[in-house]
Write a new protein. Structure first.
Length: 184
């Protein structure tokens, strides 16, 4: 789920940037520092949205930079257990498929793709159901549920998905089921 969070930090403005507008310099430094960072509580910082406050600068002896206390808003994405998400399959491998959920990719393990025996076709790059004859390939749009989340500071995090519940799966499958009285 996406969130706007208000954060506080101290930003070091190097002396070579003193001639530029302070608001632009601080926003630039915050973007370089925070965007793309994974935090177990915040999730992944997608963007710095707004710099709300910039305090008066302090200079520390031996360092020519100025230090400013700042308050800013950041857009974050934090996957939640049991959250239903829409995504696009970006890669198929022998153990499942990777689904792009905005800033992160999640894994739907081969055992969680559908209620059928699923095999991997290496030549076509497709996961196929034995009895249903349904297939999952790169570019397919899917609805899935988040079943596991592991967010660690220095990695992009690991998210596990399932599509083996009513109302989940490849969007084309859901349309077919809707026409046959199934849930969509």
């Amino acid at each position: 789920m996406h969130w706007i969070v208000t954060l506080r930090d101290t930003v070091r403005v190097p002396p070579d940037r003193f001639g530029e507008p302070l608001e632009r310099v601080v926003a630039d430094i915050l973007r370089k520092t925070y965007e793309g960072v994974v935090d177990k509580d915040l999730g992944i910082v997608v963007a710095i949205v707004d710099v709300k406050e910039i305090g008066i600068g302090r200079i520390i002896m031996g360092d020519g930079a100025s230090y400013h206390d700042v308050v800013f808003d950041a857009l974050t994405y934090r996957p939640e257990l049991n959250e239903v998400v829409l995504g696009e399959v970006v890669e198929i491998v022998n153990f499942g498929g990777f689904v792009r959920l905005g800033p992160l990719d999640a894994l739907v393990h081969i055992s969680q793709v559908m209620d059928d025996y699923v095999s991997y076709d290496d030549k076509k790059g497709v996961l196929s159901g034995k009895e249903s004859k349904r297939s999952l390939k790169e570019g397919d749009k899917v609805r899935a549920r988040i079943v596991s989340v592991s967010m660690k500071r220095d990695s992009r995090g690991k998210i596990g998905l399932t599509m083996r519940q009513p109302g989940l799966g490849k969007l084309e499958w859901l349309k077919e089921e809707g026409g046959k009285g199934g849930k969509s």
